[in-house]
Design a protein around this ligand. Sequence first.
Ligand SMILES: [Fe+2]
Length: 291
Amino acid sequence: MFTLAHLSDWHLASPPRPADLALKRALGLINWHRGRKYVHRPDVLEATIRDVRSRAHDHVAVTGDLVNFSLPDEYLRARVLVETLGPPHDVTVIPGNHDIYVRGAESSPLTFWGDYMRGDDGIARFPFLRRRGDVALIALSTALPTAPLLATGQLGRRQLAALSDMLQQTRGAFRIVLIHHPPLTPPARHLRRLVDAAEFLAVLARHGAELLLHGHDHCCTVVRLDGPERSSIPAVGVPSASARARHHGEDAAGYNLFRIDGRPGAWRCELIAHKRSTDGDITEVERQMLS
Ligand SMILES: [Fe+2]
């Protein structure tokens, strides 16, 4: 039995100084003051992390948007909290669009969290591969600076080709793909989509995977993607770990546990969803067998 905890979208925010106010950050700051600062709260995030730490698990995945404006102070605060979840061997971090929010921040996630974002080969480059027992974690980056009002992500040809190779190389393991942006986006979220989702879905359909985990939408969702030979791949989204309450269709804070056992061709994976209630407690809200 291998237990993975999944959390995402912390949105730790430090107010930008006037000198840091690129147009994108200025618009983001307006958005923050109009509502998000009341939603994404450090005390809520700390409570979620405490609850994760109180449950037995073998590994933690954090799928991006740990910070909000890509400021040095935010990366440092996120680093401190990542360390409370465990050492780099037991915690895998990938970036989201808010972690490379503006030009000039491209290398910051690696600078601050690099030891949590490298493969077993020690190389800090996406995608990276970590094997933990029967589990293979394949970590992607969709983060790149975008124009104001856009929150899109992109994998690019090189990562898609390397993903194909890694999925083949790890066939037989329980392959978990980690990505910030969801592979499917409704039309209303077009400006927040993964722009090369079609190519990504084609790679998954060709090579398969046992599980895909993403953040970005701040909701607990389960959809099925096409895998090879009429198989399906469960793709599971997780709420933001810092959301004080439900807001504009996004869930209150939560995290997911995955209990994985079995063997190649006969894996069992159970999703156990946890969510913050209106009185601030975090409780188990759903159990679902995914395979
Ligand atoms: Fe995001």
